[in-house]
Structure formats: C-alpha cells, structure tokens
Design a protein around this ligand. Structure first.
Ligand code: GLN
Length: 488
C-alpha cells in the first residue's frame, strides 16, 4: 500500500493495525532517510513527535480521536511553532524559536496531528523553485536534478515522496499550487480570510493565504475542515460558518459549468502540459460538466500587477527584521545605524533584497501614483472580471504552471523568467479566490497539474470536482520511483 492518504491512515489507526507511535516512528525514519536526497526539511522534530504520538494513542484508546488524530504531518517553516525553530527559510530567522503557535498549528495540534518536522521553503516565501532558501534547494523526488517548485517546495516534495500525507503550505502568488503541480500532488489555496494568518510569517499580507498539500482532494477537505474558521487574532479572518467539506465531496458534477480561461491556453504554455490539462477537462465533461470558454482580458496583467503589490507589502512587512528584538544580529555593531544595516545585509538573501528595494521604490513619493496606485486599480479590474465570470460558470479551469519541473539552476540568473512561472496562479491571489491544483498526467516522466479556481468561499465546489475526478483517475496515487515503498 503506497497511496498513504489520510483517510487510509485514519482507518488503519481506528482498526488498530498500527499505533500512532509506530506510524510516527516510521514517518521519522522516512523523513530522515530522504533528507540527504531531497533536503525537504529544515527541522526534524523527533522528540516532540514521539510525545505527541503517545498522547494521540491515549486519545485513540479512550475513543476520543478525531479523523486526523495520531497522523504524522509536516508544517511549512513559515508557521510559528512554540519551542521549535521557525526560520522562514532565511538566515535572518535561523536562530528564531517562536514563543507561540500559529493558529493553523494550534488547530491541527488540537485535532491530534503529530508534527514530524518543518518543511524547507524559499526565503520568506519569495520564489518559485525553492532555490532562494538559506538552507539550500529542495530536490524534486521525480527527478533529483530538477526543482520541486516554490515557495512551498519542501512541503510538495515531502508529500510527493510520501514522507507524510499532509504538509501545510502558503500561497501568495502560487506557492501551494505551482509546487503541487511540479511534484504531482494535490494543493489547495483557500479563499483569502478562510484560514487564519495568525502566526504565519507575513510576506504580502493582502495576498498570503494558508492551505494544504495532500495526496488527494478528500484529504485536503479533511484538513481544511480542521484549519478553517474565524480567528479573532487575525483581523482579515472572515467570520462565516465553515461548511462540511467532506460531506460535499460526493455532489454529482452533472450540469456543473466549467469555464476554460482563454487567456491561459495561448503562447507560453508547453504543448506537453496542455495535452493532459485538456484531457482532464474531457474527463470532467464525461462526469457531467459543461464547458464554456471564458475571457478575462485583464488577466495577462496579473504578473506585473503582483510584482508591484507583493514587493510593496513585503518591504513594509520585512521592516520588522532589524536585528533588535529577534532574529539575526550582526557582530559588534558600531552604532544603531550599523546594527540595522549590517544585520539586514547579512540576514537577507538576494531575492528578498530585490523585493524590498522594488517595494520601497514603488511606494516612494515620486512613484507611488505611477506604480502602487496603478497596480491597485488593475487589481480591482481583475477582481471584477473574475466576479463577472462567476456569474456564468461554477468553476474556472486552467493549467497550473506553464511547464513541468525545470532543472536546478536553470532560471536563477533571470528573475523575470522565474516570475513567469506564476502566470496562471497569481490571478486567484489578486482576487482572493480559492484555487486548487491536482495531478492530471505526465510529460516526459514529470507530473503535470491542472488548476481549478472557484468563487469566494467555493472550496466545497472545488474539492467536490477534484474528488470526483480523482475517483475515476489515479494520477494522484502515483509515487516517484525510489520513494514508492510503504512506510507502515
Ligand atoms: N513565486 C511567487 C513569488 O515569488 C509566489 C510566491 C508565493 O506564493 N509565496 O513571489
């Protein structure tokens, strides 16, 4: 058995096929074994995992377990974890131990999940290949000479290699969906405000959203259930009831209107990617969906818009890392100015500095109207085009990424080419929409993902369509050779 879905593991635990302690021991062995090859983790938390597993086993024995109790998982290292290193992939936070848990961490802990480690990621979630991490690049388990995507590359690689069946992730411009596509796993970015951002280190606050990377859409539903919902500690968290995502999975697709995004099927899309994406659409049609072509004329402006909005917000958010209260501090500062400048110069990597400089520039008095305000206007237009599209269709379908996983080092010298990786994913962030990527085939032995975008709070619809698709296909169950053997 190599599928290793959460649903299967929960059934195994309930049937006493194994204990949480055994499952956790096996997951730790797997994580440790894969680390030299993939570098998917920044921290491995063996001791606290064993303690959490013992508590979970007591809950299981007492009949007080939930559907996630006792199952090993991994958190992206952007989520604060009490007493455990939280680096955000940066030298700046390479010594930072959080005094508290992020809400996402607290909720999954409450559900009884067992954290076995923290996933590697692009520095401060800025990147599309995991190569900006201070801790070194993550390797794609399907081909270790290639990138896993980013910024949640560690999370995606870990789930693809079945080191755990769930890894949390975050998506500011595609960082859940793009690595999920490149690694052949399922990734869900919820609606902005659906999941609390409290304790999730901020990159671009109006775009950042926490979500999950899993094997299946069903697992994404199970975990979103535990994570979603109002949090008074996040002022952008929405106080709206959380539907029963599991129950909504089996809704039939008959008559569901799927819009295909015209702008995303043109130039720039590799034909080897387009083919499986169109096949996925045909499968959804067989299941009863109806297709409509949809045009969002301003969507091609999403990359330039994002690269004004995101750096602007990041330049403000990252101002807090000043070497004074926490994080990296330079040795023997001469005065306060020297402390600030040297701590930041040493603590941040090249991509983060590039973003801070761009952001500071677009926010400066002389350029604010030309860039920052203009970008906000375009963002409003894009959001409105999406809103109108959802008056006609239930979901939108597009590729997730323009190509399959590229080689390590191939794009590091050209930031613009790197930025274009997110051309199909950024729109959903600008508009705050939920979106999902799921495996739909292979090209040259590398996974291809298809993306579904839903209306605000349309997670149940998205997950339902994906679940139906995954019931008649098995792309999501494929595992990379060399990581295929079961771990329990
Ligand atoms: N790749 C995009 C960037 O570099 C998106 C990152 C993300 O979603 N965190 O900003």
């Amino acid at each position: 058995m190599t599928a290793r879905t959460l649903a299967q593991l929960a059934a195994g635990l309930a049937a006493r096929k194994y204990s949480s302690a055994e499952l956790t021991q096996a997951a730790l062995a797997r994580v440790q074994g894969a680390q030299p090859r993939l570098n998917a983790l920044i921290s491995i938390t063996a001791e606290s995992a064993q303690a959490a597993a013992a508590v979970a086993d007591e809950r299981l024995a007492a009949g007080k377990a939930g559907p996630l109790t006792g199952i090993p998982m991994i958190h992206k290292d952007i989520f604060c974890t009490a007493g455990v290193l939280t680096t955000c992939g940066s030298r700046m936070l390479s010594n930072f131990v959080s005094p508290y848990d992020a809400t996402v961490v607290a909720r999954l802990k409450q559900a009884g999940m067992v954290m076995v480690g923290k996933a590697n990621m692009d520095e401060f979630a800025m990147g599309s290949s995991n190569e900006t991490s201070f801790y070194g690049p993550v390797k794609n388990p399907w081909d270790e000479t290639r990138v896993p995507g980013g910024s949640s590359g560690g999370s995606a690689a870990a789930v693809a290699a079945r080191l755990a069946s769930l890894a949390t992730a975050t998506d500011t411009g595609g960082s859940i969906r793009q690595p999920a596509a490149l690694c052949g796993v399922t990734g869900l970015k919820p609606t902005y405000g659906r999941v609390s951002r409290y304790g999730m280190i901020a990159f671009a606050s109006s775009l950042d959203q926490a979500g999950v990377i899993t094997v299946s859409a069903e697992d994404a539903a199970l975990t979103l259930q535990a994570m979603a919902g109002f949090d008074p500690r996040d002022s952008t968290s929405v106080d709206a009831p959380v539907p029963d995502y599991r129950a909504a999975l089996d809704a039939p697709l008959t008559g569901m209107k799927i819009g295909i995004l015209k702008e995303f099927f043109g130039e720039g899309l590799a034909s080897e990617v387009e083919r499986p994406v169109r096949e996925a659409l045909a499968t959804l049609v067989k299941l009863g969906a109806v297709v409509k072509e949809v045009s969002l004329p301003s969507l091609p402006l999403s990359v330039p818009t994002y690269y004004v909005v995101a750096p602007a917000e990041c330049s403000s958010n990252l101002a807090r890392f000043d070497g004074v209260r926490y994080g990296h501090r330079c040795a023997e500062p001469r005065d306060l100015r020297d402390l600030y400048t040297r701590s930041r110069a040493e603590g941040f990597g090249a991509e983060v500095k590039r973003r801070i400089m761009t952001g500071t520039y677009v926010l400066s008095a002389g350029y604010y109207d030309a860039y920052a305000i203009k970008a906000q206007k375009v963002r409003a237009v894009i959001t409105d085009e999406f809103r109108r599209a959802f008056q006609d269709v239930d979901l939108l379908l597009a590729p997730t990424a323009p190509t399959v996983a590229f080689g390590l080092g191939d794009k590091t010298s050209d930031p613009i080419t790197m930025y274009l990786n997110d051309i199909y994913t950024i729109g959903a962030n600008l508009a705050g929409l939920p979106a999902l990527s799921m495996p739909c085939g292979f090209a040259g032995g590398l996974p291809v993902g298809v993306q579904l975008i839903g209306p605000h709070f349309g997670e149940a619809k998205l997950l339902g369509a994906a679940h139906r698709y995954q019931q008649v296909t098995d792309w999501h169950l494929k595992t990379p050779a060399g990581f295929a053997e079961a771990f329990a």
